[in-house]
Design a protein around this ligand. Sequence first.
Ligand SMILES: CC(=O)N[C@H](C=O)[C@@H](O)[C@H](O)[C@H](O)COP(=O)(O)O
Length: 235
Amino acid sequence: MSNKNIELESFLVNHLQSSLIASCQPLDDGPMDKVEHIVAMALATVAGGAKALRIEGIENVRAVAKVSNIPIVGIVKRDLTDTEVRITPFIEDVIGLAEAGATIIAFDGTDRPRPVDRLTLLNTIHEHGCIAMADCADLAGGKFLHDAGCTFIGSTLSGYLDLSTTPNEPDYQLVSDLVSAGIKVIAEGRYNSPERAAKAIELGALCVTVGSAITRLEHITGWFVQSINNAKSDI
Ligand SMILES: CC(=O)N[C@H](C=O)[C@@H](O)[C@H](O)[C@H](O)COP(=O)(O)O
């Protein structure tokens, strides 16, 4: 990493200590999936105290970066036919995100078959003046990328490699194991309540990313509807 990157890294580690990152990713093709709504959600979550934003898509990153100086964790999601890797799979995704104003670039940190290997993506992120976050699913992936110089390791993909077995709770054990390995952890994935987010911090996570519980109206509404229906069937 260049000296400038090292300075940025130390700013971010300090800035994100015990903080909330708001992920503003509406459901694909839903009524909220418009640049102007994403910008509005971003500004609203910053007003509520979020210290960084997780934004998907180059145009969305550009639009949010235009209206706010808050650090952006940029990703590109792609549904490819020849790999299960979805998050920032290509070098041009990294370059596009960096040019659009992302400060941190997150990429899939699993060892699944992929078009571009993890270390090439990591180096490209650094070469473009950004800080890296690896979205991991297990301790081995997190350790591998931490040892390779990736600043932040997220628990993002735990529970999502096989969608038929995604648990309801976050993977607290993974957060704990990564913390014990001396890694700067961004807890992410199913932190659907303030209590869950607090638990991640108590376990030693640097910060917590929350998406659905803040910015996906369809999910939040569905949770209430489910709970009401359960109450009705209990009577
Ligand atoms: C697995 C995957 O692709 N996760 C994505 C990563 O960007 C998003 O769909 C999640 O919303 C985000 O990780 C935040 O998690 P939650 O919405 O549970 O707070």
